[in-house]
Design a protein around this ligand. Sequence first.
Ligand code: C2O
Ligand code: CU
Length: 456
Amino acid sequence: SHEMAMPGMSPVSADAVAEVPVTSLRGPSTPEPGGTIRRYDLTARTATIRLASGKQVEAWTFNGRVPGPPITAVQGDLVEVRLRNDDIASGVTLHWHGYDVPSGEDGVPGLTQEAVLPGQEFVYRFRALQAGTYWYHTHEVSDLGVRMGLYGTLIVSPRPAEDPTGKTDTTGTTASSQVAASGELDLVLPAHTFAGTTVLGDQDRPIERAAASGAPVRLRLINTDNTPRRFALTGTTYQVAAIDGRNLNQPGPLDRALLRLPAGGRYDLVFPMPSTPVVLLVDGRPGLRLSPGATPGAGVPVADTSGWPEFDPLAYGRPAATPFTASSRFDRNFDLVLDRGLAITNGRPAYAHTANGRAFPSIPTETVREGDLVRLTVVNRSRETHPWHLHGHTVLVLSRDGRRPAGAPLWLDTFDVQPGQVWEVAFRAGNPGLWMNHCHNLGHADLGMALHLAYD
Ligand code: C2O
Ligand code: CU
């Protein structure tokens, strides 16, 4: 350890050269005025989990469960999570996927903290400033860690003043559901491939629920896997109200659409419960059956969705003003060409997932200054999809394959760059610190497709 200078005790005289103030990259310890402190204890440990079907699997868990405890807050609250590690030998961290926390709370081992080893702990603190659907996961040996079960959901409700129903209640919710006093049904549905089976929420069998006809329903779909997943909602028209936690401008009615969620991505679907059953299909199989009235749905026939067109988020909703556009003047321009090939990784040549011909840690850092307007162009020359993910920043999509979005402004934290595609995105550098930029096929990230973004 080293000595820290004490404020007010500097021996430097007043006429000395002005010092650059040292800015803490850790989060604040108080909520915003009117907010409260939400405290959680998460202990990582191995456990044998029994799924609803009876199947038993070895897992890495938070508090003995997969997904881990749901973390909920209201905008303005302080989220304080004490992470402990019982027995995960490789170590554990918590990364708040899509959430713009201070850099020191971002949970990247070797960059913002050391991995929490067995017997150790780390306390994360950040203010819940953005409402919406997010998730958390370990970032140490992340491909294995997340697959083994070290993930959970983070849901932030709008401040009561901005909640028209005034009924938002995030206390005492369970992993998969919350029913507010007004009768709305809010289901948080992380989809995971766990021991070879699809698990929606914590169920490896279709979830059966009842909802009063006419009741507002919100389904929060979260893809925690490495590859895209297709969801289809049958039996109702609906709206995609939010993508990656951000509300869309004037989302229109949708029906008979396949929703392709990139790895790490989230879609919020909303609709009033019809008087007939609704089924959510996950990769063609029922994941949720909702029935009107009091009896949970079962045996509802499954629609054939094979001919349904794929939903295009770049052509949905209505255009609206954005703080910058494709014709803005950019302070920095970064290009990433994603491919596969030989590169030096961990000190020796290996077949790797590369960006600009190199693999982590030798891909040059993207350096920005606070306030910069930054454009990032990502080209995929490989044959695999690369869900590109930025920590600490949300990007506005400027174009895909040269075409500008025709619908609502689309703000994403992960965008799925399919083989041959070119995406042009932009963000304002407003969150100083050290950040990761990586493919969210975590197996690819582990094999080199990752780099740093740093503020100078
Ligand atoms: Cu969800 Cu660096 O990841
Ligand atoms: Cu990839």
